[in-house]
Design a protein around this ligand. Structure first.
Ligand SMILES: Cc1cc2nc3c(=O)[nH]c(=O)nc-3n(C[C@H](O)[C@H](O)[C@H](O)COP(=O)(O)OP(=O)(O)OC[C@H]3O[C@@H](n4cnc5c(N)ncnc54)[C@H](O)[C@@H]3O)c2cc1C
Ligand SMILES: NC(=O)c1ccc[n+]([C@@H]2O[C@H](COP(=O)([O-])OP(=O)(O)OC[C@H]3O[C@@H](n4cnc5c(N)ncnc54)[C@H](OP(=O)(O)O)[C@@H]3O)[C@@H](O)[C@H]2O)c1
Length: 258
């Protein structure tokens, strides 16, 4: 899709971190005018060989107070965008739409005490930004982050999560976090091994988090594989959890990662 230059800015890649052959994170310069709320996404653009621009949605990993923008990407073989993105090097440019987007933000909720962040794959990205936000730690008594991936190597950001207590804006509040890694196609000590909906049904997710799900207290955000989002919503729906809307605050906020 072609776009006029007044709708985007041109930014530069500052660093790249490759987690696996098909997963990487990268930081880019940030236009001072680009604002977002943790959990939102940007639209990134690259030119194809024929000069046409191709645009894709990318959840922001970094915090609103960071001078850069960080993103976490899969490489889809044969995809229109990600093979181009994966070839970019530090110093190369990338386009960023001026608008921010999305409703996977904690201001969707009212009066919760426990925040549950349930992700598969790159669905982790918006939750990292939410975890870097000091307001999250102020607003909730407990935070659970469950990240489901196929293989151990795909448990990206584990170190960053383990080091949140060293973050100057979070510090000892990081004790509120229960990180629950889930690896579904390998075994890993300390990780659960089934899909998120099954872990909710069996009570194993609550067991690993050390916290019960409770409609009064729990506020649940779900992001990742669209089938996971649908299956998890179904299980939670049967337990009485509803999508939170501005006019009708409830317990769930969801986003499909593609
Ligand atoms: C709101 C929103 C936020 C998004 N945030 C991110 C993000 O933070 N990081 C990211 O890598 N992608 C994200 N995506 C997906 C992203 O927009 C692209 O789809 C992705 O970069 C692949 O682009 P592509 O052109 O190479 O392949 P596409 O033609 O866009 O996708 C081809 C197929 O690849 C698979 N696929 C696409 N994206 C993913 C993914 N993230 N994980 C696993 N399988 C996938 C799906 O089966 C899809 O049908 C987001 C999408 C939406 C709608
Ligand atoms: N991961 C790889 O090794 C790899 C390598 C190259 C290419 N790819 C391609 O990249 C795409 C995305 O792969 P990905 O591994 O990032 O994402 P994914 O297939 O969405 O898997 C990520 C996690 O989500 C879980 N999941 C999938 N469907 C679910 C559902 N309905 N309910 C609950 N949990 C569910 C998976 O469990 P399950 O394991 O039970 O499915 C896994 O733990 C795929 O098209 C894949 O073929 C993947």
């Amino acid at each position: 899709m072609a776009q006029s230059a007044d709708r985007y800015t041109v930014q530069r890649i500052l660093s790249i971190r490759r987690w696996t052959p098909h997963l990487f994170s990268f930081r880019i310069t940030r236009d001072p005018g680009f604002r977002f709320v943790p959990g939102q996404f940007a639209r990134l653009g690259l030119p194809k060989a024929d000069g046409q621009l191709v645009w894709r949605a990318y959840s922001v990993v970094s915090a609103p107070y960071d001078e850069y923008l960080e993103f976490y990407s899969i490489v889809v073989p044969g995809g229109e965008f990600t093979p181009l993105l994966a070839q970019r090097e530090v110093g190369d440019t990338i386009l960023v739409e001026k608008m921010n987007y999305g409703f996977l933000t904690t201001d969707r909720f009212e009066s919760g005490k426990d925040l549950w962040l349930l992700a598969t794959g790159t669905g982790l990205a918006p939750f990292m930004s939410i975890l870097y936000d000091p307001d999250t730690w102020r607003d909730y008594e407990n935070i659970v982050l469950a990240h489901s991936v196929r293989t151990v190597a795909e448990l990206s950001y584990r170190e960053e999560i383990a080091r949140l207590h060293e973050h100057p804006l979070i510090g000892e509040a990081a004790r509120k976090l229960a990180y629950v890694p889930i690896v579904t196609r390998e075994s890993m000590e300390g990780a659960l091994g089934k899909r998120i909906p099954a872990l909710i049904e069996s009570g194993e997710l609550e067991g690993a988090a050390g916290l019960p799900l409770d409609r009064e207290r729990s506020r649940i955000m779900i992001c990742g594989n669209p089938e996971m989002v649908a299956d998890t919503r179904k299980v939670l729906g049967e337990m009485g959890y509803r999508l939170s809307r501005r006019a009708e605050p409830a317990q769930l906020a969801v986003e499909n990662a593609w």
